[in-house]
Design a protein around this ligand. Structure first.
Ligand SMILES: *Cc1c(COP(=O)(O)O)cnc(C)c1O
Length: 239
């Protein structure tokens, strides 16, 4: 796990300075992969950090933030500058959908048909349109959330009837390894699955949400369009 000692960003750096470093990493990885730098968007993962840090990040120019838990987001989002955009990146229980559809524009971790349906009903009731990504457990780790790749086509089929939802892409969290290179096959697999489902289902699935602080370069080289960065932007989280 990431500790204070291994964190890449010293505690005396401002968020603006950390942001500059992350943008340089994104630019370098994009260049290596022959991708346009604005293909890759930064999602600032603010979980575990309070409203002052979010305001500081907003002053540095960040507009899109990710939170893991509905309850934490409900407490923090009303205190944040109102021009910010919020994505939910953590597992969502169906009993929290009614809050989630009010707080978030995009849900990254849709991992069941039941949740897909609940989000569609919730968004419809709220008169909102919601962007969603399907979370795929590409490593097929039984201890992790996420759909098995074989389950995804049926969800995409069901999604054609979810008129309040736009399924914009796929998300994955590979098994944690110290060595980011070990995550590469999982990121590559998500892209390959996407390419196949794009052909078989007609959903463009343009967005690939993959890569975090320690492995964002590898994810970008394998096609990430959203990298979700917490620690290297805000510093270590308290536990
Ligand atoms: C916490 C979290 C992140 C950010 O991880 P860091 O290693 O702090 O950059 C990204 N994605 C998800 C789903 C998370 O829960």
């Amino acid at each position: 796990m990431m500790t204070d000692e291994t964190s890449l960003s010293p505690d005396d750096m401002t968020i603006a300075e950390r942001l500059e470093r992350i943008q340089a990493r994104i630019a370098a990885a994009s260049a290596r992969a022959g991708r346009a730098v604005d293909d890759v968007k930064l999602l600032a993962v603010s979980k575990g950090h309070g409203p002052e840090r979010i305001a500081e990040a907003a002053s540095a120019g960040i507009q899109v933030f990710g939170e893991s838990k509905v309850q934490e987001a409900r407490a923090k989002i009303p205190l944040a500058p109102s021009h910010l955009h919020w994505h939910l990146i953590g597992h969502l229980q169906t009993n929290k959908v009614k809050f989630a559809v009010q707080l978030f524009e995009t849900i990254h971790a849709v991992d069941s048909l039941k949740l897909l349906d609940a989000l569609n009903r919730g968004a419809e009731a709220a008169g909102r349109n919601l962007q969603v990504l399907l979370e795929v457990n590409v490593a097929e780790d039984p201890n992790k959330f996420g759909l098995a790749p074989t389950e995804v086509p049926a969800l995409l089929e069901a999604a054609t009837r979810c008129l309040a939802l736009d399924v914009v892409g796929l998300m994955t969290i590979p098994p944690f390894t110290e060595d980011p290179a070990k995550a590469r096959p999982h990121f590559a697999r998500l892209r390959e699955c996407r390419d196949e489902w794009r052909k078989t289902t007609g959903f463009p699935l343009d967005e690939l949400s993959m890569g975090m602080s320690h492995d964002l370069e590898v994810a970008i080289e394998e096609g990430a369009t959203w990298v979700r960065v917490g620690t290297d932007l805000f510093g270590a989280r308290k536990r």
